[in-house]
Design a binder for this molecule. Structure first.
Ligand code: ATP
Ligand code: MG
Length: 347
């Protein structure tokens, strides 16, 4: 059976890391008789907006909907905005239109030297998954009126029962397959919407008696992620807290170039690195492809191909076991193509 993958390289380093990842997938395909890919490439993002007037043309959107999964680089360029000055957010539009409510961000330390924190590695592993609600929360406010020059502005944190239930259920299901611990990050000591979120988390948690659950305030989590990141298995939180904590979490395992992600709904999934388009280093063969390669492994796992997914992750892990194999963002000397070749050699 052939897997239909919509390929959206996007802007900046998006194409650098996406094509590198396609190389890895093609190498895997050539070694795995039961696996085959059909890539359907689509132009999206700021450059596409400048060309056609839309950062997410209908044809690209339909290709995403028709595909088994989507592999995305990154979208957006500085200074490219809507005529009214508003920021373009095609990736958020995609998430909302495809109802991709769970943002999965696995955080794993592959080599002790890659963390700014001391004492972590095989004895004390950093290995957790952040599950970010991706369709509501404080990000709901993004469609509000832009600054109209008055004396006040407010944004609303929107939490619905449906939105909270489904993301919490996704987190508990994931925890059940892992180390059976699920941590809710909220701000229930201050915000009523977060008291509501917590109540729903506890209700859903009752369906998972085998999973330990706990609540941590978001400010405390910012501290704990630095002081005891090995204490966590699955962490679930609202959209904005998840956005902020994802970058912090990436920072403790080597930075944005190491952090994969998947945005999944009930029957659709988009996989992309957690980083943005990094236009300062685009096209220079220095972008770190690891986050995107690991995102492709997540994609295969989500598609039900756990073995090929494992093969990619193990190959990355074997490459990273050698501290001399790093791209410049991690103080190494390998280019994008060399890093990609190193992963392919380990497949
Ligand atoms: P966005 O708004 O799209 O999230 P951003 O402004 O937060 O983008 P990123 O593009 O995520 O910024 O990256 C910030 C900086 O981190 C980049 O300018 C780049 O120097 C570095 N960086 C990000 N991703 C990578 C990568 N894969 N390889 C090397 N460096 C990277
Ligand atoms: Mg960013």
């Amino acid at each position: 059976m052939s897997l239909r993958i919509a390929l959206l390289p996007g802007d900046g380093i998006g194409p650098d890391v996406t094509y590198a990842t396609v190389e890895v997938l093609k190498a895997l395909e050539s070694k795995t008789p039961e696996l085959s890919f059909e890539f359907h490439e689509q132009a999206v993002g700021a450059a596409e907006y400048l060309r056609s007037g839309s950062p997410l043309p209908e044809e690209a959107f339909e290709a995403c909907r028709a595909a088994d999964a989507v592999l995305l680089g990154a979208m957006g360029l500085p200074d490219v905005r809507w005529p009214d000055g508003k920021e373009m957010t095609p990736q958020i539009d995609l998430r909302e239109r495809l109802d991709l409510y769970a943002g999965l961000r696995p955080i794993k330390l592959y080599h002790p030297d890659d963390s700014p924190l001391k004492g972590y590695g095989s004895e004390r592993p950093i290995d957790f998954v952040l599950v970010r609600e991706s369709t509501e929360g404080l990000f709901s406010a993004r469609l509000n009126q832009a600054d109209s020059g008055g004396d006040e502005s407010r944004d609303v944190m929107r939490i619905t029962r449906r939105g909270a239930e489904r993301v919490c259920r996704k987190a508990f299901e994931l925890a059940r397959k892992r180390r059976k611990k699920c941590t809710l990050v909220d701000k229930a000591n201050v915000l009523p919407s977060m008291v509501f979120f917590r109540r729903i988390f506890d209700e859903v948690g009752e369906e998972f008696p085998d999973v330990t659950r706990e609540h941590v305030y978001v400010d405390a989590m910012a501290l704990f992620m630095v002081r005891k990141p090995d204490a966590y298995d699955v962490i679930v939180t609202e959209n904005m807290f998840g956005d902020i904590l994802s970058d912090l979490a990436a920072g403790i395992v080597g930075g944005m170039g190491m952090a994969p992600s998947g945005d999944v709904g009930n029957d659709c999934g988009i996989f992309q690195p957690s980083h943005g388009t990094a236009p300062d280093i685009a096209g220079k063969d220095i972008a770190n492809p690891v986050a995107t390669i690991l995102s492709a492994a997540m994609m295969l796992d989500w598609l039900g191909h756990a073995d090929p997914a494992d093969r990619i992750e193990s190959a990355v892990s074997r490459v990273l076991a050698d501290p001399s194999k790093r791209t410049p963002d991690m103080n190494g000397k390998l280019g994008t193509a060399e890093m990609t070749a190193a992963v392919i050699a380990e497949l």
